[in-house]
Write a protein that binds this ligand. Structure first.
Ligand code: TYD
Length: 213
């Protein structure tokens, strides 16, 4: 199974991806934890082009192509081999980030995003957690990290608010796959909810005759 975590910048999904990997590992599952943009050596090189520098460095269309190129490499080199080896793959962001960041928040390019996704990725997660919280505190937390990877954070609070709405809309668009999680709580409470839902979905997946992968 491919499980993804999504949300606005600074929503805490990286911490939660780690906790979920620990919880599934403790339950005896083999887990591969990965992230986007990046997750394979080639995609990590493309990542640097995307997250550093001037916010206006790329047009939204160019961005879609770069994120898709990185995702294709990530899928070929990391995700598919791990799934074939029977692992549960947990990815910190995946295609939903492109749907929201490039497809909704920076120009109405969702049709182009969907077209490219269908042509070169054609894979969606089995389960997605959207960590939902107000844009203000999340942005402050993201910028406080001073990671040098703040190209999207630098687009400001209005942009992050549009992103939040975009992720909430995605949960309505894909109710069977996307679970909205209240991320304005303690990391422990959030982790507990996520692990419970994930374990439940994995059990149903196996019952339905699916392989874990
Ligand atoms: P990430 O490393 O998850 O940053 P953070 O930990 O701050 O949330 O992602 C880097 C940035 O790339 C983030 O601002 C979101 C953006 N992004 C897109 O715009 N489109 C995409 O398809 C992906 C995967 C990420």
């Amino acid at each position: 199974m491919l499980i993804t975590l999504e949300g606005i910048d600074g929503c805490g999904k990286t911490t939660q991806a780690r906790r979920l990997a620990d919880a599934l590992g403790a339950a005896g599952m083999e887990v591969t934890r990965t992230r986007e943009p990046g997750g394979s050596p080639g995609a990590e090189e493309i990542r640097r082009l995307l997250v550093e520098g001037d916010p206006a460095r790329w047009s939204p269309e160019t961005e879609i192509l770069l994120f898709s190129a990185a995702r294709r490499d990530h899928l070929e080199r990391t995700i598919r081999p791990a799934l074939e080896a029977g692992h549960i793959v947990i990815s910190d962001r995946f295609a939903d980030s492109t749907r929201v960041y490039q497809g909704a928040a920076r120009g109405d390019l969702r049709a182009l995003v969907d077209m490219i996704h269908d042509a070169v990725i054609a894979k969606d997660p089995d389960l997605t957690f959207v960590l939902d919280m107000e844009a203000g505190p999340a942005l402050a937390r993201g910028l406080a990290r001073r990671s040098g990877e703040d190209r999207f954070e630098d687009l400001g609070a209005g942009f992050q608010q549009r992103l939040r709405q975009g992720f909430r809309a995605l949960a309505r668009e894909y109710p069977a796959r996307v679970v909205l999680i209240d991320a304005a709580r303690t990391p422990e409470a959030i982790a507990c909810d996520i692990a419970e839902i994930a374990l439940d979905r994995i059990a149903s997946h196996i019952e339905a005759g699916g392989d874990v992968a």
